[in-house]
Design a protein around this ligand. Structure first.
Ligand SMILES: Nc1ncnc2c1ncn2[C@@H]1O[C@H](COP(=O)(O)OP(=O)(O)O)[C@@H](O)[C@H]1O
Ligand SMILES: [Mg+2]
Length: 446
């Protein structure tokens, strides 16, 4: 059941109970007022009769007739056998109260009998109270009061229904916006109005949607960069194979054809020199293919430590003025491939960042371990991170972001601090590796 309907049912039930109590009170009051009114009418009637008897004792029929048209009391003149001699006529109301209401109201008080001193055949005058007229009157008043009460309850419910609907409207737009988020559309925002609680909710939602949109955009950029990198790598590979390996294969083919010709012409003495040149060409091709493989999969080709040293030699060749220090104190055969790959990529990006952005004189690379984690550190003494460097809103930070993602994928942590001597930065990653640092992988698997 929707919240709005639920609220209305609760409020309606409370109002209904109040209405019931109000009605009971009205009926009780009506009963009392009918009793009081009729008793008063009987008293007045009794006094009237006593006064009439004192003034004109013989004129009993006229005395009874004075009650004609009375709304509450009917006078009956009875003989000594209690037979009716004369009776006054009651005024009957045109609109009577419904039977259930009349039954709810207490009975009318008993009548009054005035015994007459001996005066012909009449022995007594009886005054009968008739509540019909008074009940009709009370019914009219009670009905109005109950109608006002019911109208008030209805109005209250309508106001609450409309008010709650208005107050909950922001929730509806929030639920629509959430379903959009579920479908991967992060551009929707909800208007911030309504009660403060819902405004805070809308504000949090909008900030969450902005965060998701930014993350999705970064993801797209990262994927694009990955695709570009892959395309560049493939183009480079194709160029290498075409420019380097292609001519050598062609040379081998030509030399083989020459050997064939020499053999056919009987010039066997010249053949060994040509065979030697084939050996040389194949050797060059093997070195070249190995170099390509090392570039593509450095770790698998040469291992972590050698790959790091190659990386350092690469940069040392380009930036001889920088002092590179490498400290690797783990046995890499004890590390999982994923761990080695992550450590290498962190070193690769950290090193390239230090050189490209920091302008350092010294860069130190460390791969070490403590009890349960592999520690990878890249420390430079360059100019340090600009203010936005670690800020989420800074410019393209795909390198740092990629590092964070790699570290997170290994359930590790990455911190970027100021480098030693308050210069440069120090990038420290901890990669949990329960068991794998302390024992060779083969042993752990056995
Ligand atoms: N070692 C460093 N020294 C100084 N600034 C750095 C260093 N590493 C990163 N930065 C700053 O952080 C920014 C983000 O680095 P990164 O995410 O790798 O992106 P990119 O290298 O593509 O600019 C860099 O643009 C640079 O301003
Ligand atoms: Mg970078």
């Amino acid at each position: 059941m929707p919240l709005r309907v639920r609220l209305i049912v609760w409020v309606g039930s409370v109002l209904l109970v109040s209405l019931g109590c109000g009605s009971a009170l009205v009926v009780w009051h009506a009963g009392k007022s009918v009793q009081t009114e009729l008793r008063a009418a009987l008293d007045v009637g009794t006094h009237g009769i006593q006064n009439g008897l004192a003034d004109r004792p013989g004129d009993l029929r006229r005395l009874v007739a004075t009650f004609d048209g009375n709304r509450h009391v009917r006078a009956l003149l009875l003989d000594d056998q209690d037979r009716l001699v004369a009776a006054s006529s009651l005024t009957v109301p045109t609109r009577k109260a419904p039977g259930w209401f009349r039954r709810l109201i207490a009975d009318a008080p008993a009548g009054v009998r005035v015994t007459l001193p001996q005066a012909g055949d009449a022995a007594a005058i009886v005054l009968q109270a008739d509540p019909t007229s008074e009940i009709s009157e009370v019914w009219g008043e009670s009905r109005d009061a109950l109608a006002v009460l019911a109208g008030f309850a209805l109005l209250t419910m309508l106001v609450i229904y409309a008010g709650v609907g208005r107050a909950l409207r922001p929730l509806e737009s929030l639920s629509v916006a959430f379903s959009q988020i579920g479908k991967g559309n992060y551009l929707g925002r909800v208007p911030q109005h309504g009660p403060p609680e819902l405004m805070r909710l809308a504000d949090s939602f909008n900030r969450m949607a902005s965060g998701l949109a930014a993350a999705a955009a970064q993801n797209r950029r990262l994927n694009e960069r990955l695709r570009t990198l892959q395309a560049e790598e493939r183009a480079e590979l194709a160029r290498d194979l075409h420019d380097e390996v292609g001519p050598m294969l062609f040379a081998v083919d030509m030399t083989a054809a020459a050997i064939e010709r020499l053999a056919g012409n009987g010039r066997a003495a010249e053949i060994p020199a040509h065979v030697q040149s084939i050996h040389d060409a194949v050797g060059r091709m093997q070195r070249h293919v190995r170099a390509i493989l090392e570039r593509l999969r450095p770790l698998q080709a040469v291992g972590l430590e050698a790959a790091v040293h190659r990386l350092v030699s690469f940069w040392r060749g380009r930036r001889p003025e920088i002092d590179f220090v490498v400290g690797i104190t783990v046995h890499e055969e004890w590390l999982h491939d994923d761990l080695k790959e992550t450590a290498y990529r962190l070193i690769q990006e950290g090193l390239s960042n230090a050189i490209r952005h920091g302008d350092p004189t010294r860069v130190e690379l460390v791969i070490a371990s403590d009890d349960d984690a592999l520690i990878v550190e890249v420390t430079d003494d360059g100019q340090g991170m600009p203010a936005y460097g670690t800020d989420e809103d800074g410019p393209a930070r795909l390198g740092l972001m990629g590092m964070r993602e790699r570290v997170m994928a290994m359930s590790g942590s990455l911190s970027i601090r100021q480098g030693s001597g308050r210069k440069g930065i120090s990038l420290v990653a901890r990669l949990p590796c329960a068991g794998s640092v302390d024992a060779p992988i083969q042993d752990a698997a056995e």
